[in-house]
Write a new protein. Structure first.
Length: 402
């Protein structure tokens, strides 16, 4: 039994699988832009920089909601927050279906990002409430839902869009979000204390000054940049070196499938190698990801080696998030997982908002994807090595009662 606190009854799907399914479905909607990137690029006649801006807009949406997650998750309750999330994503998808203008397209993706930004703090809160202190592996299982949803999107959306076209693919996405909005019940508010704006703002600033959160978030923003550059440009990169669209999409699918196992692998491996020193685990992920990004151009020309190397991309570049959300949730005091998770998302979103368009600018200006992978890899490598040095002196300490 240990210290496991499992409150979910046997009549229901265990909480870890509930949250994994919910975040997988949410990420199907949020990550659909990645496999659709070449179709969107052609339909709207966009540059690589403009495609990268879509990724930035999604994360601007996620970062915008992050300052409210303390209220939405910790006060409304994670169930109600999840329901609200799917409602906002349905709105964003409706905008994408209804309008053809690029500026309005960005607005639709903003709302999808805004809605999805609620899901990670909400599911973090659910896992911590149900399983703390034996949560670390379950957090990795829950976060495996992220690449699961993205992998499903990589399979389904290109096949559907080939049949029905870009605007009509969003009818499927609207239906998925609307079904979740309808079937998820409203729950009674868990925190009935009167909301005080001044107190809430003070708590946000106290959270933003947490030195562990700042260190984790600053390091992770570089991983967010590299992850979302892969999600945005991976298919375009392989198309650029003369692979067909469906083959290029299958490389992305290989990345996402391997990331499912990678997210669970790193949480378990970190416990065994570093005695739950998650900062050291995270630095190892960064160094491994950097090496893979630098080496990617050398293993891309042959279809078989490209498939194999895509597995390494998934296990490293895409699989850091389980360790990250575990760290941010552990340092959060009881009742503040939503706020700490939201602040963590705000920090890492800056890496995507700024970094992904920079990746696009490198591609457009130098006409070289290889240079983009190199610049990104070297930057992540330097930060990862510095973090590893720091990790010998620091260890995440939980503020939650056991």
């Amino acid at each position: 039994m240990g210290g496991t606190m499992v409150k979910t009854t046997n009549r229901h799907l265990p909480a870890v699988f509930q949250s994994m399914f919910i975040i997988a479905l949410g990420n199907f909607i949020d990550s659909s832009y990645a496999p659709l990137a070449p179709f969107i690029k052609n339909y709207y006649i966009l540059t690589a920089t403009q495609v990268g801006l879509i990724t930035s807009i999604l994360f601007i949406g996620s970062s915008s909601v992050s300052v409210f997650t303390g209220f939405l998750v910790d006060r409304m309750g994670y169930h109600n927050a999840m329901k609200l999330s799917f409602g906002i994503m349905a709105l964003g998808s409706t905008i994408l279906f209804s309008y053809r203008d690029y500026a309005v397209l960005l607005a639709g993706f903003y709302f999808i990002g805004f809605g999805y930004g609620i899901l990670t703090p909400a599911t973090n809160s659910q896992v911590m409430k149900e399983y703390y202190p034996d949560h670390i592996t379950r957090m990795g299982i829950k976060q495996a839902g992220v690449p699961m949803g993205a992998a499903l999107a990589a399979i389904v959306t290109p096949l559907v869009v080939i049949k029905v076209g870009i605007p009509h693919i969003y009818l499927l996405i609207i239906a998925m979000a609307a079904i979740m909005l309808i079937v998820m019940p409203l729950r009674k508010t868990v925190n009935k204390d009167k909301f005080q704006l001044g107190k809430y703002i003070r708590e946000m600033f106290e959270t933003a000054r947490d030195r562990y959160l700042l260190l984790i978030g600053f390091s992770a923003l570089f991983m967010s940049w590299s992850q979302q550059s892969v999600m945005t440009y991976y298919v375009l990169y392989f198309r650029n070196i003369k692979f067909g669209t469906l083959i290029a999409e299958s490389f992305l699918y290989s990345v996402l499938i391997s990331a499912i196992f990678g997210r669970i692998l790193w949480t378990r491996l970190g416990n065994r190698l570093f005695s739950q020193n998650h900062i050291k685990t995270f630095s190892l992920i960064m160094i491994s990801s950097a090496a893979v990004a630098i080496l990617l151009p050398y293993f891309s020309s042959d279809i078989y080696t490209a498939y194999v190397f895509s597995v390494f991309v998934g296990i490293t570049v895409i699989s850091w998030n389980g360790v990250f959300v575990s760290m941010t949730s552990e340092i959060a005091p009881s009742g503040k997982v939503g706020m700490y998770s939201g602040m963590g998302i705000l920090l890492i979103s800056s890496g995507t908002i700024i970094g992904t368009p920079i990746s696009g600018l490198i591609i457009d200006h130098f006409h070289s994807y290889n240079l983009m992978w190199m610049v990104m890899g070297i930057t992540v490598m330097v930060v990862g090595i510095v973090l590893f040095i720091i990790s010998n002196k620091m260890k995440i300490t939980s503020k939650r009662p056991t």
